[in-house]
Structure formats: C-alpha cells, structure tokens
Design a protein. Sequence first.
Length: 134
Amino acid sequence: NNIGKTDAACSRFVVFGPGINDLSESWATSAARMAACKAGLTHGQIMLVREILPDNSAPSGAVAARNLLRNAWCAANGAIVIPMHDAFAQIRTSTGLLEDLKAAYDAGDGIHHSLAGKQKMAELELVVLDTLTW
C-alpha cells in the first residue's frame, strides 16, 4: 500500500494507496493500518493518502462513507488527502450518485484501472505534490 516519492537524499513522501479491498475490513482496522504507517515515518516525511476510487460492484454509498472517514482521519492526524474519487466517477444509473468507474479509466472489469486510469492517478498525485513545500 505504500510507495514513496524519492529524491536524491531520501524518501520525502509516503503515498498510502487504499483500494476497494479496504471495504472488506473494519474502519478500525483501516485506521490502525494508516496510524502504523504514519508512526513509521521519519522526521520530515509527509504522508499522502489517496481516496478510494469508484468500483462498479461496491454497495451504494460504501466508498463515499469510507472516504469520509479516511479524510477525517487525515485531517486529525496531519496526513494529506489526494482527492481522486470524483475525477474517476460517473453516475450509477440505479442510484443517481457518482459511484461507478468511468469507462475511460476502466480496464474492463469495473474495478481495475486502465493505463489511462493509472496516468490520471499520477496526474492527480502531482497536483497535490506541486502544492507542497520541498
């Protein structure tokens, strides 16, 4: 779940990348994993946390609810959210909500991301990184 953005001196950023599988565990377990990651950072490292992306098979409201909890945890614990969900979402016909993965970013199964989706993730991460002081 963790990948670092590395410069010549050290890893400055840790990106915590949750996925749809996180919905199968309790919020307490997810929060504990994020806290363990945060506790493992060295002085000066910054923790970035991606939002969970849309999934065509997720129960209605599940991803949004978990993202709200995750975003609140970040605000309370000094981590930075990388907003991604809405950029990847399209309206789910049955709910009228932004819950399904856009076809342009779908590898074909409604869950995994195409090359265009991976490129979009990188673009959104760079937007956040560009706002930070190095």
